[in-house]
Design a binder for this molecule. Structure first.
Ligand code: F0G
Length: 468
């Protein structure tokens, strides 16, 4: 194990507080207070580690890089490797599955599809439970154990649930999971069952589950692990550290993420801001969020903001018009009332990014294009490539700029979608509440369905020839 060197500053945990992000309030609380919103004004909370007070960013950087040869689990984990910037004492027993350390891939076909010279994909689906949720969950469940919680709970569109179930199992805690009935990929549901969680299929949508979570969180033995929990965001912010580290501290011009409940975008924004405060990077990447058109409340709000309200210091709007009946086949982001929209919008505005939406067809085709680069992802992740194509067309991104898309989930998270796309049977049931009655058929523009071939070499060679 590498020992702390004397030139590395006092860890952030010594000064950390939970602070309300509402500027007129700014109240702060201890890190052991079990709260998810500001008790004074109801605003969102974030952990403030007084990062700028850490003296020597370059010393930290050398220290983290030296950990790459260590065999200690905390050094191997892509979260706990950066523990000087996390609000936990060095003595805390961390709950880890060695999350993080996810690859960055070059994606030339997807780059060409988007109109870019180069496109890189950071694949968070390569985490232990197959999605980006694991970095945050490692921190949230560590905090739950520290606070003596017996049960950890979340509302989920599937991935948060699978991740919480796994980390709770590691920590010996009971996991309680609320899922919108019939709206979750069976593969994700299967994970939660396998990790031993108590799974409740709620008759309602994700936003109904989220409302129930906020009520359940008032119970002292239950700890909420959704992204309203500021400790989860602390774990997730390390993805920004890892990305910068992998890019040799030269961050991309643009980082593009899907938007659902908005924890991921909030966390990345916080992570990059902390690196900037430490002098470890010299600019913020422009952070853009892409939503599915049928579940795009923040993109719709963003589109109404006048240019004067999109500056780095612009005040945040007070409210968001929620989408009562979100619709998308990218079920991971089928969310109409994102809880962390304020933090996410703040990160977008501070960095000069955008919030946009893409159609079901655009998501499906972008997903297939990422597949052609030999990289699988789930539908929600593909909003990034679909969105980048639009942002290039709109000249918000220039062809020669460096762009990183964050893929949030593994292709095997939703194999039914992939299969239906390639077989040409992918359809979005609109339903009366969705505003239309006819199902929306998605055309598999990059369709690749299996052929039925007679059991002979000549028949096989014939289809091979036809494909050449
Ligand atoms: N991509 C995937 C694969 C997701 O599972 C999610 C969110 C997102 C993107 C959006 O991230 O919410 O931080 O903006 N999934 C949550 C869940 C809601 O319950 O698994 P976000």
């Amino acid at each position: 194990m590498i020992r702390k060197s004397s030139n590395v500053a006092e860890p952030a945990s010594a000064r950390a507080v939970q602070r309300c992000i509402v500027p007129q309030c700014g109240a702060f609380y201890g890190t052991r207070d079990r709260i998810y919103v500001c008790p004074k004004c109801g605003g969102p909370l974030e952990v403030d580690c007084s990062i700028s007070a850490l003296s020597d960013g370059q010393a930290l950087r050398r220290f983290w890089e030296a950990r790459s040869s260590s065999r200690e689990p905390r050094d191997i984990s892509g979260v706990w490797r950066y523990r000087e910037l996390l609000p936990f004492d060095d003595s805390v027993r961390v709950v880890t599955l060695l999350e993080g350390n996810t690859p960055i891939f070059d994606a030339p076909r997807s780059a060409n599809y988007c109109g870019l010279d180069v496109l890189r994909l950071k694949h968070q689906g390569c985490n232990p439970t197959g999605s980006f949720k694991d970095t945050g969950m490692s921190a949230a469940v560590t905090q739950a154990a520290l606070l003596g919680a017996r049960t950890v709970v979340c509302a989920s569109t599937g991935n948060t649930a699978a991740s919480l179930a796994a980390y709770a199992a590691r920590a010996g805690l009971q996991a309680l999971i609320l899922l919108p009935s019939g709206q979750i990929s069976p593969a994700k549901l299967a994970q939660s069952m396998d990790y031993g969680a108590l799974v409740c299929e709620i008759e309602g949508n994700f936003d109904d589950c989220m409302r129930l979570i906020q009520e359940l969180g008032e119970n002292p033995s239950i700890y909420v692990a959704n992204s309203i929990n500021p400790f989860r965001i602390e774990g997730q912010k390390t993805v920004a550290f890892e990305m910068a580290n992998q890019c040799n501290w030269q961050v991309p011009d643009h980082v593009v993420v899907p938007g659902g409940n908005m924890g991921n975008s909030s966390a990345l924004g916080k992570g990059f801001a902390e690196l900037l405060a430490l002098g470890l990077i010299h600019k913020l990447p422009k952070l853009s969020i892409v939503q599915a058109e049928g579940a795009s409340p923040l993109a719709r709000l963003f589109a109404t903001l006048p240019a004067s309200a999109t500056g780095p210091d612009s005040p945040l709007p007070d409210s968001l018009a929620i989408e009562h009946h979100p619709r998308t086949l990218a079920t991971a982001i089928k969310i109409g009332a994102p809880v962390s929209w304020k933090k996410a919008l703040r990160a977008v505005l501070r960095s000069g990014g955008r919030v946009i939406s893409v159609t079901e067809q655009e998501i499906a085709d972008a997903k297939a294009m990422i597949g052609r680069d030999g990289i699988g992802c789930e539908p929600a992740s593909a909003t990034t490539v679909a969105g980048i194509k639009k942002l290039v067309a709109a000249r918000h991104i220039q062809r020669g700029e460096s762009v990183m898309a964050v893929l949030t989930g593994h292709v095997l998270k939703d194999p039914d979608y992939v299969s239906a796309y390639h077989r040409g049977t992918l359809t979005l049931e609109q339903g009366e509440k969705g505003g239309g009655t006819e199902p929306l058929a998605i055309n598999g523009a990059f369709r690749n369905s299996p052929r039925r071939v007679e059991a002979s070499q000549s028949a096989i060679l014939k289809v091979l020839e036809e494909q050449r």
